[in-house]
Design a protein around this ligand. Structure first.
Ligand code: TXA
Ligand code: MG
Length: 333
């Protein structure tokens, strides 16, 4: 069933299909034929292609306007399939057992002669692998019978999509199909742990917290180094960026600003143009799920700026603050 969808930008047409069994079957056939399919995961929507088909993978970079030195995550439906492409050491086995399927990506050494396209690894000797939990993603992986390379389904540097309409607004003309299944439950991209070297490194915070990872494999380093020459370009100082200026840790919004609130916000929002609350009850998990959609909405509102209330670092707060910090970084850095 092909539907015409209307977006805030007006009248976009996209091959947006609700994720019935039949639609998932068509999506799987498209993947096998080298097509591009946007699909739901529990973190954010992904822009998927057959990870073993370099031509198809090249289309991902083209569609996103993504620098080709930025490697992609390979999605698999089963831990044994991960093992075909990368050897899993004890740490990887233990983390996979604890958190897969789920919002955790492991960077592992590539097997020599791996069938995964070199483009996916962007020339690195490693490959990032994740087994998503979303039932539609899992069924798509099963039906396609291929590992699926998928970055977030947004234009490079933009905010990640947490609903099918976000994908349609940015990539309607580039994708062969958008498999729609409502909002992404987690709302932030997966946690990335680099296990390709002796000491594990947290490359990107996410829903699986550092504390949870450390409880399984012991102490984990924090990605350091030059933010302009990152190991994971998710580390770029400015990323996940709306075009409206963000003012973080704001106590109150100034006239002309919208307020992105967290917790009770009556006073902070007094002078605001508009108030959206990430979580009135101050729950970081709820806030994470709302973050990108609310940033998009406020970014489209033509406000002078967006004031963001402070968010405690506990639990998912660390990942939220990581994304907000990058979204607020000046564009010319
Ligand atoms: O939750 C997610 O991870 C989503 C969904 C769709 O699965 N995907 C996602 O992909 O966020 P993307 O491309 O937006 O972010 C992938 C990150 C990038 O920062 C990339 O640099 C890093 O993973 N990455 C991929 N392969 C890597 C590798 N071999 N070594 C280091 N970093 C890698
Ligand atoms: Mg992304």
């Amino acid at each position: 069933m092909q539907r015409e969808i209307m977006t805030e930008k007006g009248g976009l047409r996209a091959n947006l299909q609700s994720a019935s069994a039949a639609a998932i079957g068509r999506a799987a056939a498209l993947i096998r034929a080298g097509g591009l399919v946007a699909f739901p995961t529990e973190t954010v929507y992904g822009l998927g292609a057959d990870a073993t088909n370099s031509k198809a993978v090249a289309r991902i970079f083209e569609a996103k306007g993504r620098p080709s030195f930025n490697p992609l995550i390979v999605h698999v439906g089963d831990i044994r399939i991960a093992g075909i492409y990368a050897p899993l050491d004890d740490r990887a086995e233990d983390l996979a057992a604890a958190f897969w399927p789920g919002p955790l990506t492991l960077v592992l050494p590539r097997r020599p002669n791996s069938a995964i396209s070199e483009l996916v690894s962007a020339g690195l000797g490693s490959v990032a692998i994740r087994m998503p939990a979303h039932p539609v993603a899992r069924e798509l992986l099963r039906a396609a019978g291929r590992p699926i390379a998928a970055p977030s389904a947004n234009r490079s540097g933009h905010v990640s999509p947490t609903a099918p309409i976000h994908v349609a607004e940015e990539l309607a003309d580039e994708v062969d199909m958008i498999l729609a299944a409502g909002r992404s439950e987690v709302g932030l991209e997966s946690t990335i742990i680099d296990l390709s070297r002796p000491k594990a490194v947290l490359l990107r915070p996410g829903a699986v917290t550092r504390e949870q990872v450390e409880a399984v494999i012991g102490p984990v380093d924090t990605a350091s180094g030059d933010p302009d020459r990152p190991t994971a370009p998710g580390q770029l100082r400015r990323h996940y960026a709306p075009s409206t200026r963000l003012r973080l840790n704001a106590e109150t919004a100034e006239p002309g600003e919208a307020l992105l609130a967290f917790g009770p916000a009556l006073l902070a929002g007094r002078r605001a143009d508009r108030v959206l609350n990430l979580s009135e009850r101050g729950d970081p998990t709820e806030a994470a799920a709302n973050l990108f959609a609310m940033l998009r909405t406020l970014d489209a509102g033509g406000h002078r700026g967006i004031a963001v209330m402070p968010i405690p670092e506990a639990g998912l707060g660390a990942a939220i603050n990581d994304r907000l910090g990058r979204a607020a970084a000046p564009a010319d850095e």
